[in-house]
Design a protein around this ligand. Structure first.
Ligand code: GLY
Length: 299
């Protein structure tokens, strides 16, 4: 069955999209392959914005957010501020499939995960501890370096969209959120309509970048609704980002990115600033694309 997968950012996106396609190639469903892509990335300790060994909050604790949404019936599962359990995306899938709820939070999300057989573990690797100690010593120097750098694509939240013919879409996202965040802070990624949205009638959209701004814009839902009005995926993404640049000036301080995958397979992406790297996999053929920041057009 014809399949398109999208994954955000250069290094983390590559890990995720290769793992997702490997799952697809062995007969996995779209849900399976997006979960697998994000789970493998979460378990990779070298990726600094997702899962094991990612950047902690101000207290030196890693708190994970994740969501997965099925365009078949708009069913969704999410976890936020989850500590000491990976992969958060797999816990989110359990929320989707094994509860009548959409989101579980914090300590109760962790309790749910442990009840479902996940193993508690310390997510702070030596590299994460070193990064935290560096930040504590010189916060100004490290504040942005690991968060969003326009020059060095350390990356951010991995958001994935999946499409299969004739008209089925899934959206999923996993992140440790902003580095050095206030404990308990939750960003756009696990929020239906902000970080992810999927509706087989129209298509799917996802977000990555500065979660507060993307959430305020209801970026994913806004983008899907733009496609519902007839825009193609690229035009819909650009409309959302231009709306943010106009209404939310702070959205030009750090990248705010949306990506979309229409129910007919058309796709696109846009970012407020910087250059946004996107991995695309069409029936196993990998392609790496780059999208320029739209704020530059406004001078
Ligand atoms: N987009 C990820 C976050 O801000 O948490």
């Amino acid at each position: 069955m014809s399949t398109t997968l999208l994954a955000t950012w250069k290094e983390p996106g590559k890990v995720a999209i290769e793992a997702a396609w490997a799952k697809r190639a062995t007969g996995g469903s779209l849900l399976d392959c997006l979960e697998q892509g994000l789970a493998v990335a979460e378990l990779d300790p070298t990726l600094m914005a997702i899962g094991l060994g990612s950047l902690p909050n101000r207290d030196g604790e890693i708190e994970l957010d994740a969501a997965i949404m099925d365009g078949t019936d708009l069913n969704a599962g999410a976890v936020c501020a989850l500590r000491g359990v990976v992969p958060a995306i797999s816990v989110a899938r359990k929320v989707l499939e094994e509860t009548p709820h959409v989101m579980l939070a914090g300590e109760q999300a962790r309790r749910f995960a442990l009840q479902r057989g996940f193993t508690p573990q310390n997510l702070m690797t030596p590299q994460a501890i070193e990064a935290y100690e560096n930040w504590k010593r010189e916060p100004a120097k490290y504040e942005r370096k690991y968060v969003h750098s326009l020059e060095e694509h350390y990356g951010d939240t991995i958001t994935m969209l999946g499409w299969e013919a004739p008209r089925h879409v899934i959206a999923a996202s996993a992140t440790s959120g902003l580095g050095w965040k206030t404990p308990g802070r939750v960003g756009d990624s696990p929020i239906v309509g902000a970080g992810v949205y999927a509706d087989d009638e129209i298509g799917a959209a996802g977000a990555t970048g500065w979660g507060e701004e993307l959430w305020k814009a209801a970026a994913s839902f806004r983008t899907v609704e733009a496609m519902r009005r007839g825009l193609d995926a690229q035009a819909a993404c650009e409309e959302t980002v231009r709306h943010m640049i106009r209404r939310q000036p702070r959205s030009t301080w750090m990248p705010c990115v949306v990506l979309a995958l229409r129910a007919d397979g058309d796709f696109g992406a846009a970012t407020s600033v910087g250059e946004f790297p996107l991995w695309v996999c069409r029936d196993g053929a990998m392609e790496f694309r780059s999208y320029p920041g739209l704020a530059a057009e406004y001078g």
